[in-house]
Design a protein around this ligand. Structure first.
Ligand code: HEC
Ligand code: HEC
Length: 440
């Protein structure tokens, strides 16, 4: 539906955006120029490729050689999205390291998705399959890749990279924790960047939408990082997109621009019918029952209590909460930058923002519940398995049908238990709250 316009060889990508964005603005002062610069960072900035990142020439060669990486296969196989005027998939960016153009990934890879057939920034890419992409890449690198650089130096660098990559690929073991589409274990990446040992948990997280950026003050879902907002966001950037080692230093001015952009993100308008009378009824129930945890979503007030709900109270699958343990906190406290934050070991989960929630099934942190109706129903009556496919149920609000990835809640870490807060509602109230949630 979007013109692919994917021409090989790819053009060189602009870098140096950081330098052009060095005007300091107070956080969330959404000056239009700051938002614009933030948008540019969000989509185009490469947060630091290193000598280990895939050389762009290798990726291009694979696209010729291996059907899995053909431009037309990338959308189908890995859920990658495209936008007009951009050759690479959204979130794929190129930047040089050691004199060689490299492929790296940025925020828009996971945090730009589709709703009602349109590409929406800030929306989760619910079809993204980065686990398969990485595994296919590793598999491809076990074989010969025919590639040469634009100079003798570059060719030598690429040949060396291929040699090392092949060794790594031969020792590569796929994760036993299958993500399926729209999920990613970001904390494993965080831990790697911080130099912490890998964890063995199934902490595949349903990629969150970022429409709550104006309300949430603690990140990520377990609320481990709080305090100065620019610093918190900087760490999210460093930990999720930047390959360079995290050592002290100062928060660069462009983080303010990125923050301004994130705060400007609006959820897509719901194209499905809403019963306004029912929604008004649900609104009242929501204010009494749900707002104390999830916050207030009014045209005149958007606020969130930012209170971490203990694991024993929320009762959803425990594996994600266990990832960020006291030992990890003690370890990161040694970093002069991180230690300035208000750090909490994983004790529970922050109630997510519900802005645009109708567009982001499945639900709960691990994506274990297919519809909003099921989230508000008795945990024991939620479906044990469902399909993460393209079919949308506008009544129960969420996934339906028998196409797509089979999600099995019986696998440890994939559990659909907990969040019993809709159980005391009458059926009428439950449906009214679902109606209200369609309007957020
Ligand atoms: C490979 C996918 C991926 C990339 C790339 C990525 N994120 Fe995320 N992001 C996630 C996942 C998954 C989580 C949930 C993490 C958790 O709590 O375990 C998350 C969480 C967040 C959150 C917290 C949201 C919430 O409601 O708690 C913010 C803010 C965020 N990301 C911003 C960014 C920014 C800014 C970038 C670019 C520098 C980025 N992300 C890059 C996948 C990604
Ligand atoms: C005691 C605090 C608390 C109350 C009360 C509460 N929630 Fe939640 N809610 C949470 C937490 C914490 C999560 C995250 C759970 C997880 O991801 O495992 C959550 C998750 C959700 C989600 C999943 C969102 C997503 O994007 O995956 C929805 C929907 C939701 N709540 C709706 C409601 C509604 C509607 C009510 C009122 C009937 C309500 N909640 C009451 C704390 C609460």
């Amino acid at each position: 539906m979007y013109p692919r316009g994917y021409n090989l060889p790819m053009r060189r990508w602009l870098v140096g955006l950081v330098a052009s964005a060095a005007v300091a603005l107070p956080a969330y002062a959404a000056a239009p120029e700051a938002v614009q610069r933030g948008e540019q960072l969000f989509f185009e900035h490469s947060f630091g490729p290193t000598a280990s990142s895939v050389p762009m020439a290798v990726f291009q060669a694979l696209q010729h050689q291996d059907a899995r990486f053909r431009p037309e296969a990338l959308g189908e196989r890995y859920g990658l999205l495209f936008k007009p005027g951009r050759d690479l998939p959204i979130g794929f960016v190129g930047a040089p390291a050691l004199g060689v153009e490299r492929l790296s990934f940025n925020c828009s890879l996971c945090h730009t998705g589709q709703a009602a057939g349109k590409v929406v920034p800030g929306m989760a890419n619910t079809r993204l399959r980065m686990q398969e992409f990485e595994e296919d890449l590793m598999d491809a690198l076990k074989h010969d890749v025919e590639v040469s650089g634009t100079s003798t130096y570059e060719t030598a660098q690429i040949k060396l990279w291929l040699l090392l990559a092949r060794r790594q690929a031969e020792g590569f073991k796929p994760s036993p924790h299958r993500a399926g589409p729209g999920r990613f274990d970001l904390l494993q990446t965080f831990k790697k960047r911080l130099g912490l040992p890998p964890h063995g948990f199934n902490a595949q997280m349903d990629i969150p939408a970022l429409f709550g950026a104006r309300m949430l003050k603690r990140y990520p879902r377990d609320g481990a990082l709080g305090g100065d907002q620019d610093l918190v966001r900087y760490l999210i950037v460093r930990l999720s997109g930047d390959n360079s080692p995290l050592k002290g230093g100062k928060v660069p001015a462009w983080v303010t621009d990125l923050n301004a952009y994130l705060a400007s993100l609006e959820p897509p308008a719901n194209p499905y019918p809403v019963d306004r009378v029912r929604a008004a009824e649900g609104h009242k129930v929501f204010r009494n029952t749900c707002a104390p945890c999830h916050g207030v979503y009014e045209p005149y007030e958007l606020s969130h209590p930012n209170r971490i709900i203990p694991q024993a109270v929320v009762g959803t699958d425990p594996q994600r909460v266990q990832v960020w343990d006291a030992a990890s906190i003690a370890f990161v406290r040694r970093d002069p930058l991180i230690s300035q934050l208000d750090l909490q070991p994983g004790v529970g989960l922050l109630p997510p923002s519900l802005r645009g929630v109708w567009a982001t099934p499945p639900y709960l942190h691990n994506g274990s519940v297919p519809t909003l109706y099921d989230v508000l129903s008795d945990p024991g009556k939620r479906p044990a398995t469902f399909r993460r496919g393209p079919n949308y149920d506008p009544v129960k609000v969420g996934l339906t049908g028998d196409e797509g990835f089979l999600y099995d809640t019986r696998i440890p870490g994939n559990g659909n238990m907990g969040h019993p807060f809709g159980v005391p509602l009458s059926e009428r109230e439950r449906l009214a709250v679902v109606e209200y949630l369609k309007t957020l």
